[in-house]
Write a protein of this length. Structure first.
Lengths: 388, 326
């Protein structure tokens, strides 16, 4: 036990020397450089870590590789569709595939994910149809899927909010006596939000089975992570009373191993864990953003050498677990997916204008009904009986 | 005189105020090197340095809360909230602290904080990027709430807002950001006071009352109505709190009819206050009840149907028809 405050220090008894508070000088010494959990080097070499091990079969590794490739292809297609005017906006996950597929695969079907707006790879692992993700970016809905179908909550745009929802959901799991767990996804920028820090507090106090999974992609739009924190983000956890781990976010195996451990830690009643996946946003923040205004292209080049997909491919090929035929078949499948997405988006119907009035309340509301009737009468008063 | 977009006019206003007073600060998310997501602060970081143009952590409550502290220490912060839908984490600081502190201190402290918010819809954005929340702020005593409709007002009103010793919520109609107008930023003084309304177009048959993004819609509606032989007056409120009722009243006394137009939902919106006041002040001059055109009582919809939600020329003229039919 270290003494962190003077709260427990006994009052001075008369005639004795006043006790000094133990010096805290030792605890402010610079911390050792954070260790990055890694199981697969950028060169594709499999390495061991003393605390995190992972058993995988070649078949499993091939499946992981397939996920990574398909997710990247889907993401690239969405970017292209935005350029073509089919989507209003797209938030690319380029560079973050390993963090998302690794953590996404660590979940059991009963585990629940609360994403930001960039978790396309997690959605993929949870079995959400990629086309569903595009509705809000096309502007036909604000989410549009049933979160409970795949235990994947709606995308949340307001930075940090979902970490509280994840925590509350996890508190409910505890009350139910279930052994499911929750992952709250958020970014390095989000770590500054009050909501995120309140989520840490609640999760800690209620020992909630939630894993806080921060993808530190080094940027919050134009602001580097130094603008958000003077300490590595994973170390925030200790102040809230739970463990924090930094993992190589471009290493899908390490992300899988660490998240699996964290989920098991949480579901066994040991409380929350903060995982910081150290990664890089290879693209623009969104299709509206121009990163050349605020960051150097050398940085991007350096991170390209740590590409999450390349290293797994190198590993598979080196071990003789993937031949050209396999790689080609994944490529072909990714093109198929891209085609399906392209066609699906182009034929995605616009909502009817009257959809504005739907699902505003579960129990209905007189004013919504009244305005809907007014709107419909107004629309019918035009030639063709329809406005726009 | 030269041509300014609203973005450029706002940028020039901030530049002038940063030059004029070393205590003036600009702070917010991405306002530094990036120049803000709409580029309103473009170049200011380079010219005034990161001590004056501050990229803050991603935390709106923190941004407004620390702006309050800086103001208490004698600074004059101009805060940017990136989009309308992201001001709510700061709502407590704005409503419970910023608005009330001057009164609680019995006038001993001043809170010259300007909170700039790009607001309202019409740009095809995703959720939380199109909201009109002016009524929340106007409902709070202690805050001033203003919104320009064009580049010239944007320039002068922002300069006046920054100099104001009260907290000002400065709402920027983002779909008018790229509209252009001739502006002389070095003119001797502002053409009007911050809280004055303006008759944007004169007319005889009815008064359209609007602000921010809807002024242009009303001017277009008035031009279209003229072809049908109807003469519509358009009042641009400019300031929502305080409201310039004298200008509104004078207009409605002349025309006898009023239609209030805003993007925010009609229910409990600015139009409700205006209708009530007009009824109190102009009861005997009114030929018809005050009508309101606005958003529906529903969340701001996905962009593919936002045109249905937003008042347009047809909906404005439909209300004018109904007013004239009384
Ligand atoms: C409350 C709130 N404030 C501001 C924004 C605007 N915004 C959208 S994304 C973003 C940066 C987020 O950075 P980070 O948390 O690191 O996630 P990343 O986008 O890098 O995945 C900002 C400021 C927002 N969506 N919500
Ligand atoms: Mg980030």
């Amino acid at each position: 036990m270290t003494v962190d405050s003077t709260a427990g220090v006994p009052k001075k008894a008369s005639g004795t020397r006043r006790k000094r508070v133990p010096s805290r000088a030792g605890s402010v010494a610079p911390p050792p450089q954070p260790e990055l959990v890694q199981l697969l080097t950028p060169e594709g070499e499999r390495v061991e870590h003393p605390d995190f091990s992972l058993e995988t079969t070649p078949e499993e590794l091939r499946a992981i590789y397939r996920d990574l490739v398909l997710v990247r292809r889907f993401d690239g297609e969405a970017t292209a569709l935005q350029r073509q005017g089919e989507l209003g906006l797209w938030a690319s996950l380029l560079g973050q595939e390993a963090a998302q597929v690794g953590s996404g695969r660590a979940m059991r079907p009963g585990d629940y994910a609360f994403p930001t707006y960039r978790e396309h790879g997690v959605a993929w692992c949870k079995g959400v149809d990629p086309l569903n993700l595009l509705g809000m970016f096309r502007g036909v809905n604000h989410g549009g899927w049933d979160p409970n179908e795949k235990n994947f909550h709606l995308y949340t745009i307001v930075i940090g909010s979902q970490t509280l929802h994840a925590t509350g959901y996890a508190m409910g799991i505890t009350k139910d006596g279930a052994d499911d767990a929750v992952i709250a996804y958020f970014g390095d920028g989000a770590s500054s939000q009050g909501d995120v820090n309140e989520a840490f507090t609640f999760a800690s106090v209620y020992n909630a089975p939630v894993v806080f999974f921060c993808q530190n992609n080094q940027w919050a739009i134009s602001e580097p992570t130094e603008k958000q924190s003077r300490v590595p983000i994973y170390r925030r956890a200790s102040g809230f009373g739970f463990p924090g781990v930094r993992v190589d976010g471009n290493d899908v195996l390490a992300c899988l191993a660490v998240t699996r451990w964290a989920l098991d830690h949480a579901r066994s009643g040991n409380g929350p864990v903060l995982v910081e996946a150290f990664t890089y946003r290879m693209g623009a923040h969104t299709t509206s953003d121009d990163p050349s205004r605020y960051r150097m292209s050398e940085e991007l080049e350096a991170w390209k050498l740590k590409d999450p997909i390349e290293r797994l491919r190198a590993h598979l090929v080196r071990e003789g677990w993937a031949d050209q035929e396999f790689l080609d078949s994944v490529e072909a499948e990714s093109e198929q997916l891209a085609r399906r997405v392209r066609e699906g988006v182009r034929t995605m119907p616009d909502p009817s204008p009257a959809a504005i009035f739907e699902h505003v309340y579960a129990d209905g509301h007189a004013l919504v009904d009244e305005e809907r009737a007014q709107y419909e009468a107004y629309a019918a008063s035009f030639e063709g009986g329809e406005v726009r | 005189m030269s041509s300014f977009t609203m973005v450029k006019a706002l940028n020039e206003a901030l530049r002038k105020e940063l030059e004029a007073d070393p205590k003036t600060l600009v702070m917010g998310e991405d306002v530094g090197r990036l120049g803000g997501v709409f580029r309103v602060t473009d170049g200011l970081h380079k010219d005034f340095g990161e001590d004056r143009v501050i990229d803050t952590p991603l935390a709106e409550s923190g941004i407004v809360g620390t702006a309050i502290g800086l103001a208490l220490r004698g600074y004059r912060p101009v805060v940017e909230i990136q989009f309308d839908g992201f001001v709510y984490p700061a709502f407590d600081q704005i409503v419970s602290q910023l608005a009330k502190m001057h009164a609680r201190a019995l006038g001993h402290v001043k809170l010259p904080v300007t909170v700039r918010i790009p607001y309202a819809g019409g740009i095809g954005a995703v959720e939380h990027h199109s909201e009109s929340h002016e009524a929340y702020f106007a409902h709070t005593a202690g805050l001033k709430v203003v919104t320009p409709s064009n580049p010239v007002d944007a320039y002068w009103m922002l300069r006046q807002a920054v100099r104001c010793d009260d907290p000002v919520i400065f709402l920027e109609p983002k779909r008018r950001y790229w509209d252009k107008a001739e502006l002389d930023p070095n003119a001797a003084g502002a053409p009007s006071r911050l809280h004055d309304a303006r008759v944007a177009r004169e007319g005889r048959d009815a008064t359209l009352i609007a602000y921010g993004p809807m002024v242009k819609v009303c001017l277009d509606a008035a031009a279209a109505a003229e072809e049908d032989g109807r003469s519509l007056e358009v009042v641009d409120l400019r300031s929502l709190s305080p409201l310039d009722f004298d200008t509104v009243t004078a207009s409605v006394q002349r025309t006898g009819r009023a239609v209030v137009v805003h993007e925010a939902p009609v229910f409990m919106g600015m139009g409700a206050e205006l209708a009530a006041r007009i009824t109190e002040r102009c009861f005997y001059a009114l030929e018809a009840p005050v009508l309101r055109v606005g958003g529906y009582f529903a969340p701001y919809p996905p962009s593919r149907v936002e045109e249905t939600f937003l008042p347009d020329l047809d909906r404005v003229l439909d209300a004018v028809d109904r007013s004239l039919a009384f």
